[in-house]
Design a protein around this ligand. Structure first.
Ligand code: HAM
Length: 421
């Protein structure tokens, strides 16, 4: 055993892991394309100024920061959203809005290591920027649900819980709590379940909430029906209207069965302003599969024009754990169209010609690197997951005819190079 291992919390991808990862990425990419999103990318290293925020979010304390040789403060990105905002602000005058962008990028967070949390993960992001209407929420959530369905999951296995910071904001306004406390209160409330209720309450007290306010907020977060929240806030509440609209749109778009209302979903990032959502496995075994929401002020905060925006991040770690738990292996086993072997060096030229023909036709082909016995070759072809196998011995080399064996059924067909494929 070497003394070297990957840094704690960071993963190596051996071929079988790589296959599963690529299959997931390919589902993400195909889904993004189906929903009309364009791809984008940015550097893994960003300036610290872009990433650091003062709001007391967990993510800010988890940044891998460093100085380069010229003393610039840089960091490995913990998420893609600040980079997206930076790129859009830089071309805000010329880009055509609303825009729909999709990216897959590796993110780094110095996390406390628990199940579903690593110090590096890949995240698929879908963002719609420049759209006020709730159709933006409906489309990004619908796309993420579609990706999970393509991976083989259904509405009995996961749900998307939908909450609303706008509802909380209306409630806080009604209680006379100043806007300046809003974000800190959301971040404190997001910690519920991770720290004790008393500690959450004392964080809220620190923001100026009275015990009566705190009790009301806790009570509200436990409500599981939009109608009941409407009774508290009044039916003319715009935030309630948005929630009702999202559920109606989801029904029309065919994924209503996947949504549940849960005001307790608040999200741990400061920039969300409206509807927020997180997807979980229904068995409750894993952390969030994906999460996102509306962030109408982030571009302005980072120096651009205000721009209504909605997006989500969907990590590779939790979904792979969930799929493995359900016995689903994305990408499956190793597969190749053809395997070719030969008995002696004299037989190699014909084997090489066959391989070149197969590859030129666009099929995949593993060509033996050295002579081997037939038994060993067919064993190897089986391990390679070859659909068809060709073995060249001296009589095949002589006659320039060989058998193409279908590995699954065992039947063979005699061919020449010209008849191949
Ligand atoms: P987030 O909730 O911090 O949101 O992360 C989104 C998803 O990334 C999580 O639901 C989870 O699947 C995955 N994830 C996050 N941290 C880790 C980790 N340490 N290990 C494994 N997986 C992880 C955001 O990052 C937002 N920027 C998403 C967004 C995009 N909002 C708007 N646009």
């Amino acid at each position: 055993m070497s003394e070297f291992a990957a840094p704690r919390g960071m993963r190596d991808f051996y071929p079988e892991d790589w296959r599963a990862r690529e299959a997931l990425f390919s589902t993400w990419r195909q889904t993004a394309e189906r929903y009309g999103f364009e791809g984008w990318d940015s550097p893994v290293v960003e300036t610290m100024e872009l990433l650091e925020r003062k709001a007391g979010e967990e993510i800010s304390e988890q940044i891998y920061g460093f100085e380069d040789k010229s003393g610039r403060r840089l960091a490995l990105r913990p998420e893609l959203t600040p980079s997206l905002a930076r790129m859009i602000i830089a071309r805000q005058g010329s880009l055509v809005f609303p825009l729909k962008w999709s990216a897959i990028g590796q993110c780094f967070r110095y996390e406390r290591m628990t199940r579903g949390r690593k110090r590096e993960h890949y995240q698929w992001n879908l963002d719609i920027v420049g759209e006020e209407s709730i159709m933006a929420e409906a489309e990004v959530i619908g796309a993420a649900v579609c990706a999970l369905r393509s991976l083989g999951l259904n509405e009995t296995q996961f749900k998307v819980r939908v909450g609303s910071r706008a509802v909380l904001s209306e409630l806080f306004a009604k209680s006379g709590i100043g806007k300046e406390h809003f974000m800190a209160c959301c971040l404190a409330l997001d910690k519920r379940g991770k720290i004790t209720e008393e500690d959450v309450a004392s964080l809220l007290t620190g923001e100026g909430l009275t015990p009566v306010d705190i009790e009301r907020v806790f009570e509200l977060l436990a409500i599981r029906s939009i109608d009941h929240v409407a009774e508290r806030l009044g039916d003319d509440s715009p935030a309630i209207g948005q929630l009702r609209e999202l559920f109606a749109l989801a029904d029309t778009l065919g994924f209503g069965d996947y949504l549940t209302f849960d005001l307790g979903v608040i999200r741990g990032l400061g920039y969300y302003t409206g509807i927020v959502f997180e997807a979980f496995d229904t068995a409750g075994k894993f952390r969030a599969i994906f999460g996102g929401g509306r962030y109408d002020s982030l571009l302005k905060v980072l120096g651009g024009e205000r721009m209504p925006s909605v997006g989500l991040g969907f990590g590779d770690v939790v979904v792979q754990e969930l799929l493995a738990d359900l016995g689903i292996v994305p990408g499956g086993n190793r597969k190749i169209d053809y395997a070719i072997g030969y008995m002696t060096a004299d037989c190699r030229a014909l084997a090489m010609q066959a391989a070149m023909k197969i590859r030129a036709k666009g099929h995949s082909c593993d060509l033996g690197l050295s002579p081997e016995k037939a038994k060993k070759f067919f064993g190897r072809a089986d391990k390679l997951g070859a659909e068809k196998a060709i073995y060249i011995g001296p009589s095949e080399a002589e006659s320039e005819k060989f058998n193409v064996k279908t590995m699954a059924g065992g039947e063979t067909a005699e061919k020449t190079i010209d008849q191949l494929i």
